[in-house]
Design a protein around this ligand. Structure first.
Ligand SMILES: [Zn+2]
Length: 229
């Protein structure tokens, strides 16, 4: 067995007992970014296999009323089909979630991520896109409406960056094109986070956090991590 596999296995073993209880301050401190990522992906596997950990809600509410030590902060799309805590089999107090249509970053999301990591101790920043995203479809079609216009304009560079399609194939009817833009948009958001937040870029450089991107598949319930190094 490779050392990296062993490390991940031991991280999972150590964390698996936490699934039903709130993360404590000591546990949060002891976790590595890689360990947290492996933990989240193991939770997604349970979700996709319909093996969610039973959670005692009143007990969790009582535990977390005294404080929170979340392991990760996840920037997700608004989409109702991506219930982030469930997708990773997490409960009250386990993860921070920021949501905005199209999972784009802005100054408020960046400030929230800086709070979640630098001040509240989270080890992973994840940008979570999803297949067949309505916001991405809107950007592909150049849709314009009220305040949505400004939001969709943030996805436009991702639309432009995907090539290899004829002009008539570059719209929301072409789901293959849409899903390529979804991936590109996650890459772009991760790059924007590194560029626009000195605090997060520095924490990542020091190995204290990991900034990663993933895509949730609406058809399977599975999250696939992208190579966003
Ligand atoms: Zn979406």
């Amino acid at each position: 067995m490779k050392l990296s596999t062993l490390l991940i296995s031991s991280a999972l073993l150590g964390l698996s007992s936490m699934a039903s209880a709130q993360t404590t301050a000591d546990q949060q401190k002891a976790m590595t970014p890689d360990g947290v990522l492996a933990y989240l992906m193991a939770g997604n596997k349970r979700f996709a296999e319909n093996k969610l950990t039973p959670k005692n809600v009143p007990e969790r509410i009582a535990q977390t009323s005294k404080g929170q030590f979340p392991k990760a902060v996840i920037l997700s799309c608004l989409d109702s089909r991506v219930p982030v805590e469930k997708v990773f089999d997490q409960g009250i107090g386990d993860i921070f979630v920021g949501r905005v249509a199209g999972n784009v970053e802005n100054v408020d999301q960046l400030g929230s991520m800086e709070f979640a990591t630098k001040l509240a101790g989270s080890k992973v920043v994840m940008v979570l896109g999803h297949t067949a995203c309505g916001a991405v479809k809107g950007a592909c079609d150049g849709a314009k409406m009220g305040n949505l216009t400004a939001l969709l304009s943030k996805i436009e560079p991702a639309v432009k960056a995907v090539d290899g399609y004829k002009p008539e194939e570059r719209n929301s009817k072409n789901i293959e094109f849409v899903n390529k833009v979804v991936n590109q948009n996650v890459h772009q958001t991760v790059a924007d986070i590194r560029k626009r937040s000195e605090i997060l870029a520095q924490l990542e450089k020091e190995g204290k956090i990991k900034i990663v991107g993933g895509v949730y598949d609406l058809k399977t319930g599975k999250v696939t991590l992208l190579d966003t190094k």
